[in-house]
Design a protein around this ligand. Sequence first.
Ligand code: PBG
Length: 319
Amino acid sequence: MTTLRLGTRRSKLAMTQSGHVADALRARGHDVDVVEIVTEGDTSRASLASMGGHGVFASALREALLSGEIDIAVHSLKDLPTTPEPGLVVAAIPARVDPRDALCARDGLTLGELGEGAVVGTGSPRRRAQLACLGLGLEFRDIRGNLGTRLDLVGPGEGQLDAIVLAHAGLTRSGLQERVTEVLEPIQMLSAPGQGALGVECREGDEQVLAALRPIDDADTRAAVTAERGVLAELGAGCAAPVGALAEVVDDLDGPILSLRAVVAATDGSGELRRSITGPLGEAEDLGRRLARTLIADGAPALADLSATHPTTASEHAQ
Ligand SMILES: NCc1[nH]cc(CCC(=O)O)c1CC(=O)O
């Protein structure tokens, strides 16, 4: 049995996520070596947009796969561009954890308690736009950096933020769940397509690795994220487009179906469009694309620059 070389970015979150996949493979009898791959997105202080935007985290891992340096790459699915990479396949999408966003506010405050003029840090146009549309009079500041750096910005006092919004999945995977003061419900805040899920990639036709990864794929999660990514793809949405989408597998009378919701929101809070659709799990991508066409027909392009690859206020990390 050959050892599987599993590549990871070196951030704490990436290492934790890769560790989960490595453990799942080891539990099934495989030998796994975890290999650190340094990406430009991790080392450079330059804005992500100037480095080529969203795909910057994924591309170094993909290059390492294609060159044969590693056999398996673990990505946060929401950071993986929707365009497939020739020669590679997303061989496993393990069961997703909580896809919702979470508020980390000073003094245990919830969103409704923050008050007019409170300053919320987020680099994500999607989060900013949906928060602005709540009409709470919040103000926004762009932030960047790893989870710890961002959380350090929250607190009372000069120059500090009243709150930040982050993926609940990232916080819990990093053991920082005690910093969460409110988990935001999808009825108000739809998460990024793929949030909370991992995409495990390998080389096309690498049968031994494909066979090893197949058992850690979760069919319900795959259907859900396929529908969500279908929305993004059909909208032609760039990584900084203020678009949220969440699909859930729910029980219908005849068995499980997909329930997909999506939002396009104006970053200045002037308006948002929410639509939903249900259908069979086997038609996941088509459901996503149909929902995107409904959003477009109902006026999404007038609300937001869907092709945006960097926020208009600053070039910070999106989604
Ligand atoms: N955009 C960066 C990113 N990519 C994946 C996660 C967290 C884990 C996940 O959403 O799966 C985060 C941090 C965040 O958005 O708060």
